[in-house]
Design a binder for this molecule. Structure first.
Ligand code: CMP
Length: 141
């Protein structure tokens, strides 16, 4: 099915000047960027985005990391976009990420892991709405 998913290029990968290389991977895999914005997240925005992890031990360092520099936020659209993006990203822990995946190639650690991607249809909808108004999306079917 034609899907949309939320992708974030995290502060580590933005600082490495890797936005273009990561965008090329999305586009070569047939995903279309239908909305994008660069943003330096406030603490409140980062805490709200990761609210499901609030009780996890990594919540505080995760928020600190996500506000440590600007991020690039985009909506990706395409056939099976949610799984396709997860396949491109590789495992959350870059030490476990398959060779050739974004995290294997750009990430340092499970905390600084280069990218975020929605993990399912419901989270994709909620995460897209968290950062983008419907009128900011440019569907290209
Ligand atoms: P992300 O997909 O952005 O969602 C939550 C983030 O928490 C995750 O990527 C990791 O960067 C970070 N994190 C740190 N420790 C863990 C952990 N043990 N399990 C899952 N995520 C973790």
């Amino acid at each position: 099915a034609l899907e949309r998913t939320l992708s974030i290029i995290k502060p580590d990968a933005v600082a490495k000047n890797a936005i273009g290389e990561i965008y090329a991977r999305f586009e070569k895999a047939g995903l279309r960027i239908v909305a994008a914005k660069m943003k330096h997240l406030s603490r409140r925005e980062a805490e709200g985005f990761y609210a499901v992890h609030r009780e996890r031990p990594f919540f505080k360092p995760l928020v600190e990391f996500m506000i440590s520099g600007p991020v690039m936020i985009q909506v990706l659209e395409g056939e099976g976009a949610i799984m396709k993006n997860r396949d491109l990203m590789g495992a959350t822990d870059p030490k476990k990420a398959a060779p050739g995946t974004i995290r294997a190639d750009f990430a340092q650690s499970i905390d600084a892991n280069a990218v975020h991607g929605s993990d399912g249809a419901d989270t994709a909808k909620a995460e897209i709405a968290y950062f983008f108004a419907e009128t900011e999306l440019c569907p290209r079917g």
